[in-house]
Design a protein around this ligand. Sequence first.
Ligand code: FE
Length: 203
Amino acid sequence: MSTAESVPTTDHQAQIAARVKAVESIMIEKGLMTSAAVDRLAEIYENEVGPQLGARVVAKAWTDPDFKARLLENASTACAELGIGGLQGEDMVAVEDTDDLHHVIVCTLCSCYPWPVLGLPPNWYKEPAYRASMVRAPRRVLREEFGYDVPESVEIRVWDSSSELRYWVLPQRPAGTDGWSAEQLEALVTRDSMIGVGRPKQP
Ligand code: FE
């Protein structure tokens, strides 16, 4: 993958798709997987597991300080309390945004991502351009690519996920939401705010 950065996006995506197809065919041929199982897996992560589960966890953390402490201590076991977990979520780490610290996640090597809480990663997360530039110049990338202007007074920390540790962001609870229920707050939590490339919706 060392030359991937010079490959244009669409070619790069086509290459990945071709490789995935090849691996899938071999696994089916060798009897390690059935095409029905592959379809079902894709369906689960496209329709059933998605950022709405992460939003539930975030809203719970915003309304329950004890839960929040457990989440920051061990995200995988805290999510398991809510029945959320599974593939690619065994070693999740939640990092908390504060007034003077903002977190962003990336996987510089490939596309490691906390599936149980965020679903499948968006295409741009897998692109070499995002993976390389976010590490080099997070403030500029957030502003230019995502329209997210992080104040100079706020430090930005970029977390490089791997197959051992999958990071995600506990964003700040929006102002003006005092007394809101967890269900109401859940609707403000976006996927991008848990990746760190956006803010939660404001009330
Ligand atoms: Fe990765």
